[in-house]
Write a new protein. Structure first.
Length: 106
């Protein structure tokens, strides 16, 4: 009789829960954009002119944390939005809330 296989142990670098969010800074990016009365389409256009070719749909995904944003992309977004990178990076509280809601086991 074959021995029952043990369930795989999670990788030390993987979260305990399945995480659907790709980023935590989307809300801050959306707020900065709205504070400038800028449309998602305009943010995409300006970002493309600055060197990062993105669409309005990608901006929407970023703002809903469904698109990962790299460090160089944060610099472009900050420059286009007229804010600092610190303004759009998540605060400790935002990261902590994300971890509690999306990463830690129940």
């Amino acid at each position: 009789m074959p021995e029952a296989s043990a369930s795989p142990t999670p990788d030390a670098d993987s979260p305990a829960k399945k995480v659907s969010a790709k980023s935590v800074c989307g809300e801050n990016i959306g707020k900065a954009r709205r504070d400038k009365a800028m449309t998602q389409e305009r943010l995409a256009e300006l970002s493309t002119q600055a060197g990062w070719r993105i669409s309005r749909a990608t901006v929407a995904q970023i703002e809903t944390n469904r698109h990962r944003v790299n460090d160089w992309q944060i610099v472009i977004l900050a420059r286009v939005l007229g804010v600092t990178a610190r303004d759009i990076l998540p605060t400790f509280s935002q990261v902590a809330a994300f971890v509690v809601e999306n990463v830690l086991p129940d």
